[in-house]
Design a protein. Structure first.
Length: 130
């Protein structure tokens, strides 16, 4: 799929048909289409002067992005809690409990958290989010 044309536009079309000529809204099937859709959303998001057609276009494209993200990036936790999710993320990123501990500031901390002997603090959660 070709690259989105929104990055090269100095003035965005105010009508729906003009926006569709730049980037047609359709189901997103892969990461290239996803990045192109994000580029179109970034060009419109946060603007206070959107026309009604631009607003509708933005809403529909955002819905397609959300559907793709839910399908592509959802973490299946099988009803597990935060510790199960953390264990899954460690496995997916090929990290050990010691790696987790070092990331959080103390090597033994990773095992204690995964064995529910310690809880994640707010600062730990911030580090993991980054």
């Amino acid at each position: 799929m070709k690259k989105s044309s929104f990055s090269n536009v100095t003035r965005l079309p105010g009508d729906y048909a003009g926006l569709m000529r730049l980037h047609m809204i359709r189901l997103i099937h892969d990461d290239v289409e996803y990045r192109n859709a994000l580029g179109a959303v970034e060009a419109l998001a946060g603007r206070e002067d959107l026309t009604p057609d631009q607003g509708d276009y933005l809403d529909l494209l955002s819905e397609q992005i959300e559907k793709y993200e839910e399908k592509r990036y959802t973490i299946e936790t099988n009803g597990g809690g935060p510790v199960d999710t953390l264990a899954f993320l460690l496995e997916e990123n090929e990290m050990s409990t010691s790696d987790l501990g070092r990331l959080l500031g103390h090597r033994e901390l990773g095992g204690k958290i995964l064995h529910c002997e310690r809880e994640l603090s707010k600062s730990h959660i911030r580090i993991l989010c980054e």
